[in-house]
Ligand binder design. Structure first.
Ligand SMILES: Cc1cc2nc3c(=O)[nH]c(=O)nc-3n(C[C@H](O)[C@H](O)[C@H](O)COP(=O)(O)O)c2cc1C
Length: 218
């Protein structure tokens, strides 16, 4: 299937065959591919928690507004961002590895390493969060497309209680949640959804100025 066909065919699927299994290796191979996605300074902040255990899934379900797919899909993956990846040690380690492989010169390594460390140095917590969510979301989209190409169905989810989920799964606070992802064999097609017309979501050169009300708000 072409990329265009996969994009046009994909829909969020909420009902899965609970007896259908996918080999862990296939999920890991898919994640390995998704991890090739672009990411800020190549610090590779995205992590993937594969929630396989069915009893655990049953415990997670009420923390995700009882969404059926949390339990019935073949795999439930919690996509996370790791705040520790902004640390200089991580940046050095990644650039050292690339240098060892001969991907660039010592000079380029020094330049890239210093640029990355400088980029993150004075960021606010909100900036760090944005970095994690950008990188994790790009990887999540790639993973969704890869899994749909394999003939599986998927749904991305943000409908869960983060604090309760982190407590149940014992996740340390240096991780940020990006989203949950269910994957499996759908037993009911997702409903169709509309999208805005292209001219309503694109601007050329400048965004149109807003018409402000008397209170100064759009
Ligand atoms: C970040 C994110 C979070 C979402 N969370 C949920 C969710 O918790 N439950 C749900 O049923 N759908 C969820 N969705 C699915 C959206 O409702 C769906 O993508 C949208 O309606 C468009 O439909 P489509 O995916 O079938 O094209 C989420 C989608 C995204 C991207």
């Amino acid at each position: 299937m072409s990329l265009q066909d996969i994009i046009l065919k994909r829909k969020s699927v909420r009902h899965y065959d609970p007896n259908y299994t996918i080999e862990r290796k296939e999920i890991l191979d898919s994640i390995e591919l998704a991890a090739k996605s672009p990411n800020g300074n190549n610090i590779q902040s995205t992590r993937y928690l594969l929630i396989e255990d069915k009893e655990l899934r049953a415990k997670v379900k009420p923390l995700a507004y009882n969404q059926e797919q949390v339990e019935t899909s073949s795999y439930l993956i919690l996509i996370l961002g790791d705040y520790r990846t902004f640390h200089a040690e991580n940046i050095y380690a990644i650039q050292d590895k690339a240098l060892e492989k001969g991907y660039f010169t010592q000079e380029t390594k020094t330049y890239l390493t210093n640029a990355a460390i400088g980029y993150y140095r004075n960021m606010s917590n909100q900036d760090y969060l944005k970095e994690l969510v950008r990188d994790g979301s790009l990887a999540a989209m790639a993973l969704v497309l890869i899994l749909n190409e394999k003939g599986y169905q998927t749904i991305t989810m943000s409908g869960y209680d983060k604090a309760a989920l982190f407590e149940e799964l014992n996740i340390p606070q240096h991780y940020e949640d990006i989203m949950l992802l269910s994957v499996g064999r759908g037993i009911q097609e997702g409903h169709s959804t509309v999208r805005h017309d292209i001219e309503d979501i694109t601007f050329i050169d400048r965004v149109p100025s807003l018409l402000l009300g008397n209170d100064g708000n759009p």
